[in-house]
Design a protein around this ligand. Structure first.
Ligand code: HEC
Length: 189
């Protein structure tokens, strides 16, 4: 009798385990797909607005575009999709983009991956009832260097405006192909 009960219990627990692990898997894929499309919208809106402004009025007069457009897009996309999304970077310009310990760990992993010639992959983890996803941002457009490059690439006028608005700016001296940061998303689960 005891044996039968144990057998049934074992089967039921095993079945629940299977169902639960399948359910988590499906959700993870769904969250990853949803995040990818949100990130694509964010990237396209931000880059097209910013690069258009740089072309039309020069980098020096486009700083405000970046600092106003990005928080607006972040807020709009977050409320439309019921998630929290922001950009983070180890060398951040805006202090709101300072990574937390988990985000730092992922950025460090990607920096190592790039050094070892590996392709960067989206990284995700479930943490405290949240599904957290990081999508890498590689600096892959020469125009970015007008505001994130080294001495000589950022013009004096632009540098002055950046320093006035972001006195503790760290987001300089980048080279093409380097990891610039990430889109960091958090979904409540
Ligand atoms: C006209 C100047 C300008 C150009 C060009 C520019 N950025 Fe920025 N970038 C900024 C400013 C200003 C901020 C801070 C925005 C804020 O306050 O939210 C910023 C912030 C960022 C951040 C968020 C992390 C941080 O440092 O605060 C990332 C990531 C980023 N830029 C990537 C890029 C990439 C990639 C490109 C090229 C496609 C680019 N930027 C082009 C001015 C620029």
């Amino acid at each position: 009798m005891k044996l039968v009960c144990f057998g049934t219990l074992f089967r039921v627990s095993f079945l629940s385990f299977l169902i639960l692990s399948c359910a988590t898997k499906v959700d993870e894929n769904l969250y990853r797909t949803k995040t990818q499309s949100v990130v694509n919208v964010f990237k396209t809106e931000l880059q097209s607005n910013l690069l258009k402004a740089v072309q039309e009025r020069g980098a020096e007069n486009s700083i405000e575009v970046c600092s106003e457009i990005s928080p607006n897009i972040e807020a709009k996309i977050s409320s439309e999709n019921n998630l929290q999304i922001r950009r983070v970077s180890e060398k951040f310009r805006n202090p709101n983009h300072e990574p937390d310990a988990w985000e730092k760990k992922v950025l460090q992993k990607w920096t190592d991956d790039l050094k070892n010639g590996k392709k960067l992959a989206v990284y995700s983890e479930i943490q405290n009832a949240e599904y957290r996803i990081m999508n890498p941002i590689v600096l892959d457009n020469p125009n970015c260097l007008q505001c994130h490059g080294g001495v000589g690439e950022i013009k004096q006028g632009t540098l002055k405006k950046i320093q006035d608005k972001y006195p503790n700016d760290k987001a300089q001296d980048y080279k093409l192909g380097e990891l610039r940061g990430a889109f960091s998303s958090r979904w409540k689960i």
